[in-house]
Design a protein around this ligand. Structure first.
Ligand SMILES: Cc1cc2nc3c(=O)[nH]c(=O)nc-3n(C[C@H](O)[C@H](O)[C@H](O)COP(=O)(O)O)c2cc1C
Length: 226
């Protein structure tokens, strides 16, 4: 492999005194800080991009990036297609893991837990916020299925664009029937903060009872070796 320059991770670190008793305030503040820095940090593009890990029915892992579109104390969520591999994996196993990594900030958060579908009204509301072109592309794509060529995709886009022209409204294009939102119901949440000479800080929160990331009294945490 081509060698790349070694980068020392000179993050702020994370120590016991900074840890809340439940993960939610820290999840919220790290996500908000990363999102707020986009305007001033060109190295921090797509701060809501997260790796989505699934397991297929044969136990083989798979991973891909999706943009975080929902975040609540229950866990982070994203939208996708029921035609995708991830949808088949979730239907087969019911579990998800995801991680958000902000390399320029030397920070990452990992979540593990059951997968749930996001309520249709939330997904509908998000659909209306998408640019018209992205809504048309969603109709033109049967996600993760082979296609003969790009021309076929572009012809499908032209067909749907003629059917539902851009009138500047959130309901110009109906929501496709395969459009779905998934959320990781956080059972484990790990905060990683990169430190110099690879002696990083890691804290894993584990949920021991019913509730969400803001529920007091159900979370325990341990510092993990880097
Ligand atoms: C930065 C980035 C963001 C992406 N966001 C999404 C997304 O929000 N939803 C989605 O379905 N695919 C998204 N994709 C495409 C997925 O990574 C993937 O190719 C697609 O969902 C099919 O995956 P699957 O067949 O393994 O389920 C994104 C890709 C990248 C690189």
């Amino acid at each position: 492999m081509t060698s790349v320059p070694r980068w020392d991770y000179v993050g702020e670190g994370l120590v016991e005194e900074q840890l809340p008793t439940v993960p939610w305030p820290l999840v919220q503040s790290w996500v908000e800080q990363a999102a707020a820095m986009v305007a001033t940090r060109p190295d921090l593009h797509e701060p809501t991009s997260m790796a989505i890990a699934t397991v297929d029915e044969g136990g083989r892992p798979d991973v891909r990036e999706c943009l975080m579109r929902f975040l609540s104390p229950v866990g982070p969520g994203f939208v996708s297609s029921r035609h995708s591999a991830k949808a088949a994996h979730i239907a087969a196993t019911g579990v998800l893991a995801t991680s958000l990594t902000w390399s320029p900030l030397f920070r990452a958060i990992r979540f593990r837990g059951p997968a749930v579908e996001i309520a249709q009204d939330e997904v509908d509301a998000y659909w209306g916020e998408r640019p018209w072109g992205s809504r048309i592309s969603a109709w033109a794509s049967r996600q993760s299925h082979p296609v003969a060529g790009r021309t076929e995709l572009e012809a499908a886009v032209a067909r749907y664009a003629a059917q539902w022209p851009d009138r500047g409204g959130p309901d110009d294009v109906p929501i496709p029937p395969d459009w779905v939102g998934y959320r990781v119901v956080a059972e484990q949440v790990e905060f990683w903060s990169g430190r110099s000479s690879r002696l990083h800080d890691r804290f894993r929160f584990v949920r021991e009872g019913a509730g969400d990331m803001a529920t007091v009294g159900i979370w325990t945490w341990r510092r993990l070796q880097p």
